[in-house]
Write a protein that binds this ligand. Sequence first.
Ligand code: ATR
Length: 290
Amino acid sequence: MSVASGKVTGAAVVAGVCGQPIRHSMSPVIHNAWIAAAGLNAAYVPFAPAEDRFETFVDGLRGGAIRGLNVTIPFKEQALACADRCSDLARLAGAANLLVFEADGAITADNTDGPGLLDAIAVQAPGFDLSASPVVILGAGGAARGAAAALALAGAPRVSIVNRTFARAQTIATSIGGVVEAASDDQLDALLGEAGLVINATSLGLGGGPGPAARLELTPPTAVVVDMVYKPLRTQFLRRAEATGRRTVDGLEMLLRQAVPSFEAFFGVAPPAGVDVRALALAQLGEAAS
Ligand code: ATR
């Protein structure tokens, strides 16, 4: 399917991203940069169906009208429900961010958010050993759920979820089970004292405000601190972690890493090396490359 760069013909492979709203999604920038660099006859486009039209929209794509879809807020749970088959991780997470439309009409679902988190940690905190690292997740929305499932499957010894609304943390712990537990604010300091990994999965810090108030200085000096918020790139939460000497992982790296297995599923090849998608994404975010 390779053609002269930039050409999209009738034989093009089409994929996209579906959310509501979708106009600020960075996925089209990332995937189309890889498509251009690989010289693929392909396109990756945004879709924003009305909230009550998602299932109809997806159902109409059965049989391969397009190759696949990334799915974002607010459709990730519905995406899993639409699928005929799903990965263990998507089932455990209760949400899918990747749908592939098979030629026989079936839809397969996967969740690459969790692997994106693990890959981002591997890149920005090399040598991190999850099997020796109790995890504290702050927040209990969809992002926390995906992370908890992936970390549990990948062998974390304990995943404690602390959330303003305790019942939401309990719901996640009950549905994932195993090493995932809900913890109260009162337990947070003690959990931080043993944590090898602390993740902000709340929306606190978005747009530059203060992040979660968790006392990061209580963590062991080897702890790694992740912020899923990437606007701004260096959130106040990450700055506090850095100030205490902790290694940090930013939300943009997670976003870029979750795109890799999606690209492979859509276009059958790995993203080409040598494209600085991080710089492109930073430019779209209005941040200087770093
Ligand atoms: P997402 O799917 O991106 O995770 P979400 O489901 O809206 O988004 O979850 C946002 C998370 O940020 C929740 O854990 C939310 O806490 P509640 O479950 O109590 O709503 C958390 N959050 C948002 N604003 C917060 C605030 N001001 N203080 C503490 N937590 C907050």
